[in-house]
Write a protein that binds this ligand. Structure first.
Ligand SMILES: Cc1ncc(C[n+]2csc(CCOP(=O)(O)OP(=O)(O)O)c2C)c(N)n1
Length: 599
């Protein structure tokens, strides 16, 4: 540890070594001294980080100063939670770790939700957080919180830099941990004196990545895949249950190949939506709480479930004891802790989803016998589809849940990125939007965080330039991140916000209607917001969509124009998202019509 004197540490007038800056990259100049802050920024630059999001404060100012001397673009979010979600939007789109930068104390506590969200959805995220100087730690200094104690349970790893010498190793490890295996968030606490500490510049170690799966395990897996292929061969009614792990591994095309070669129907989780095109013969859509009846009934009828990169989340399984009762289960996941966590599998394999699908593809060669049995299974599913279709009401009005989704589906470019917030609008989008590219569907699945949609859309647009981005949100969710309209206006990105305004916390209100005797406690907004005026105040073009003949054309024009815009869509508060499996019930007990609700 090498704390600087208080004179330099506390006041923020310390300047980084200009002479060292002029001498260029660090590795070839062994005796040049750099500040810890400069070393970190050099590290990020060398790693190819070109954009990060953050909010500055006293405890990170040396880092910001070094950032100002670099080529890295800093996106100034209006709240640290949003900085975390902007970084997530970049990470979910690019597959590489997103970086956010926050100050100590409230900066750290504000970013906690974005970290927890990344943990639940396996998103690689590196958060660099300021901290009070090391010699003040534990003194309740101004803006001091025990950051590591707060984030330990919701990060994959967290680090405290006690000396600038540790920077190359700690940062290398932090990025590896975040991106490798099952991705997740990491936090690095960076005390201010360590940012200012002068340290001999050293090259950043290029540590080879450990193999995703150790060699011994890979050998054992080969036998397990033989068994898996045998189980698939013997099954009469096999079903692929695909989760977000397939998207993380960028194995969508492989998974589609597997489904098509083996002619196995596919159900997906919310996270893996769009794995197969909407109209693909093997596509059964999203299972679980708001899945179609036929999807959940197909799971119930299956005699073999091949779960890849899915974690048997309760939103997907309903009551897990009554989930897929007649099925053997092959469960493949990169994270060994997921195997058997909820449901004891017949066969468990720890592997990366892409490798798993490749292994299965090598072993599966369906023959004549399979044709007969699969024809009967497909026939059974076709029957379920016609007897238990997805209950989407006939749509006459544009300003209705399925009316707006249908219109968006028509106008949406095939490569568009769609982000959502959390609520009814998220489920209407999941049910009705014809999604085609799965790593282009960004939604907060595990934590279900309102306020995710807008900053994630900004991050997606930053990571995928020239791609149109659509953020489907509700009035409640938008209000939780509405300040990010300012960030969006500043950046001028091509993000279109579709705000479904029902003057209510719709999904909560729906549960109160169905299960709490219509006692709408705290779920309706008594004061309505003029979102069009609010957006205009932030510098964003906005319109109010109406049910009038010109509405559809207006929507099309707004979506076509480049640059940010907000489209408010009035939605009746009485609208429902159905089917709905009552919390704690089996997936087969979904409510489909409201007259089926409990008295
Ligand atoms: C941060 C956060 N707080 C509370 C909730 C609980 N919750 C889930 S859905 C919902 C209502 C969402 O309302 P809105 O964004 O307007 O969408 P709608 O359901 O009306 O489409 C609430 C409060 C949550 N998911 N996230």
């Amino acid at each position: 540890m090498n704390p600087l004197p208080a004179r330099e540490a506390g006041r923020g007038f310390f300047f980084s070594d200009r002479r060292a800056l002029q001498q260029g990259p660090t590795p070839e100049v062994p005796f040049v001294k750099l500040t810890g802050a400069r070393l970190i920024i050099d590290f990020l630059t060398q790693r190819g980080i070109d954009t990060l999001a953050g909010v500055p404060g006293g405890a990170v100012l040396p880092l910001y100063e070094a950032l100002g001397d670099s080529r890295i673009r800093h996106v100034l979010a209006r709240h640290e939670q949003a900085a975390g979600f902007i970084a997530q939007g970049m990470a979910r789109t690019s597959g590489r770790a997103g970086v956010c930068l926050v100050t100590s104390g409230p900066g750290v506590t504000n970013v906690v939700t974005a970290l927890a969200d990344a943990r639940m959805d396996s998103v690689p995220l590196v958060c660099i957080a300021g901290q009070v100087p090391t010699y003040m730690l534990g003194t309740d200094a101004f803006q001091e919180v025990a950051a590591l104690d707060i984030v330990r349970p919701i990060t994959k790893a967290c680090y405290s830099l006690k000396s600038a010498h540790q920077i190359p190793e700690v940062l290398t490890e932090a990025f590896q941990v975040s991106e490798h295996g099952r991705p997740g968030p990491v936090l690095i606490e960076f005390p201010k004196d360590v940012q200012l500490e002068q340290t001999p510049a050293r090259g950043i170690p290029v540590a080879p990545l450990p193999a995703a799966i150790p060699a011994a395990l890979a050998a054992a897996n080969a036998r397990a895949y033989d068994q898996a292929a045998a189980l698939i061969g013997a099954a009469q009614r096999p079903l692929l249950y695909c989760g977000g792990g397939i998207i993380t591994a960028r194995a969508q095309a492989l998974a589609r190949q597997l489904a098509e070669r083996a002619r196995i129907p596919v159900v997906t989780t919310l996270m893996a939506l769009g794995l197969l095109p909407h109209d693909h013969a093997l596509h059964l859509g999203m299972l679980g709480m708001h899945g179609a009846r036929y999807t959940n009934l197909a799971v119930e009828a299956a005699d073999l479930l091949i779960a890849i990169g899915a974690r048997f989340d309760d939103r997907a399984t309903g009551n897990p004891k009554q989930f897929a009762r007649g099925a053997r289960i092959i469960h493949i996941d990169i994270d060994v802790r997921e195997l058997g966590k909820i449901r004891a599998p017949t066969l468990a394999i720890q592997d990366d989803a892409a490798s798993a699908v490749r292994e299965l593809l090598q072993r599966i060669k369906p023959g004549k016998e399979d044709d007969r049995k699969l024809a009967s299974w497909h026939g059974l599913i076709a029957g379920l589809k016609s007897s238990h279709p997805l209950a989407m009401p006939r749509v006459e009005r544009l300003c209705s849940p399925y009316g707006i989704m249908r219109a968006l589906g028509e106008f949406l470019p095939a490569d568009a990125i769609v982000t959502t917030d959390v609520g009814q609008h998220q489920m209407w989008a999941a049910q009705a939007l014809p999604l085609g590219h799965t790593n282009r569907w960004l939604t907060s699945g595990g934590l279900g965080t309102m306020g995710f949609g807008l900053p994630a859309a900004i991050g997606a647009a930053l990571a995928s330039k020239d791609t149109p981005v659509l953020c489907i949100t509700g009035d409640g969710s938008l209000l939780m991140s509405i300040h990010e309209l300012a960030t969006l206006a500043e950046l001028g990105l091509d993000v279109k916000i579709i705000a479904l305004d029902n003057a209510a916390l719709g999904l909560v209100r729906q549960q109160q209607e169905l299960f709490y005797q219509r006692r709408y406690v705290g779920s309706r907004y008594l004061h309505s917001i003029d979102f069009v005026a609010a957006a205009a105040a932030f510098g964003i073009r906005a319109i109010d969509l109406r049910d009038e003949p010109a509405g559809l054309e207006l929507l099309r024009q707004f979506l076509r124009a480049t640059g940010p815009a907000l489209i408010r869509v009035p939605i009746g508060e009485e609208e429902h998202v159905l089917p709905m499996v009552p919390p704690g019930a089996a997936n087969t007990e979904a409510l489909v019509h409201l007259d089926a609700r409990p008295a």
